[in-house]
Design a protein around this ligand. Structure first.
Ligand SMILES: *[C@@H]1O[C@H](CO)[C@@H](O)[C@H](O)[C@H]1NC(C)=O
Ligand SMILES: *[C@@H]1O[C@H](CO)[C@@H](O)[C@H](O)[C@H]1NC(C)=O
Ligand SMILES: *[C@@H]1O[C@H](CO)[C@@H](O)[C@H](O)[C@H]1NC(C)=O
Length: 279
């Protein structure tokens, strides 16, 4: 009897504390400094409007008032950080070569027409600009625009070079970087903890585990951005017949578990930005 009372009061105490801290996280955690607000993100600099990841696409996106450019980085053979989604040039340039196997000077121009990954059967007619840009070009052209950098290769030199550029252009406060792989995100954070990082996929799962066990309000979080593609939208965009049952189940589960106002409000109160990708 006595033990039961003890267990019950402990559990009640835990639940109440957890609920209180979930509502008011700043009792325990100092709110992260919100470096920039980004409501409208241009994926690959607004693929669909211009050739993806070109300076022209970025310029257009900034001109129409985007809050943040989202771009992907690779490393050339001569260790230049370039902005490109794919690591190989087959889809974008029609040439069967990897970016890491050619120098920047040797990179071919983009094809005139690129399929837009997120819209089936949609092609984008490119304009004049067909050059694969350097990350440095983007930083030069848009010194005040926040940039979300996806590190596309698990390569220490790439991570180091991106960090060096961010430092050189003094824009750690305008940058967030990461990858779905937690290994890459850990390397990024280790390389330069002053640059905000995204939640990797394993960390999103961990986040859910912490949230549903009530532990989340008690643990510190290093990430500053939670970017999640609305799971239900992914399943709509992909050809449904190409999704396996497993993938459909995961999308449904993610939708159900992740889309929780209490979770989003808690993260926001801790200074962690939550972004739902809509494309
Ligand atoms: C590009 O790199 C991948 C490994 O990342 C390799 O499998 C592929 O053969 C390479 N392609 C070319 C054309 O060298
Ligand atoms: C990183 O990329 C550079 C340039 O492409 C390459 O020379 C180097 O071998 C890569 N490092 C690793 C660990 O893959
Ligand atoms: C993460 O990195 C892997 C290589 O390790 C790459 O294939 C993938 O496209 C990257 N994903 C994102 C979202 O950047």
């Amino acid at each position: 009897m006595c033990a039961a009372v003890y267990v019950l009061s402990t559990v009640t105490g835990y639940v109440l504390t957890s609920a209180l801290l979930l509502k008011c996280p700043n009792l325990l955690h100092r709110k992260k400094r919100e470096t920039f607000v980004s409501k409208h993100i241009s994926h690959r600099g607004g693929a669909g409007e211009n050739l993806e990841n070109t300076m022209m696409a970025f310029k257009h996106a900034v001109d129409v008032g985007t809050d943040m450019l989202e771009l992907d980085c690779h490393l050339t053979k001569d260790e230049q950080v370039v902005v490109s989604h794919d690591g190989d040039l087959q889809r974008t340039c029609g040439i069967d070569t990897n970016i890491s196997d050619v120098t920047y000077a040797e990179l071919p121009p983009y094809l005139c027409r690129l399929g837009v990954t997120f819209q089936r059967e949609c092609f984008c007619e490119g304009g004049e600009d067909k050059r694969i840009p350097l990350l440095r070009d983007v930083f030069d052209a848009f010194p005040n625009t926040p940039v979300n950098i996806d590190i596309k290769v698990n390569n220490d030199t790439l991570i180091k070079k991106v960090s060096e550029l961010v430092v050189k252009y003094d824009r750690a406060h305008l940058t967030v970087w990461g990858n779905a792989s937690n290994q890459i995100v850990r390397k990024c954070y280790k390389e330069n903890p002053h640059i905000p990082v995204l939640f990797s996929l394993p960390r999103v799962l961990q986040l859910l585990g912490l949230f549903y066990t009530g532990l989340l309000p008690f643990v510190p979080i290093k990430e500053q951005f939670l970017e999640i593609p609305m799971p239900s939208i992914i399943t709509k965009l992909q050809d449904p017949s190409r999704l396996t049952r497993g993938q459909r189940f995961i999308a449904w589960l993610a939708d159900t578990l992740l889309m929780r106002k209490a979770l989003f409000d808690h993260l926001t109160a801790r200074g962690i930005q939550v972004k739902l990708h809509l494309w």
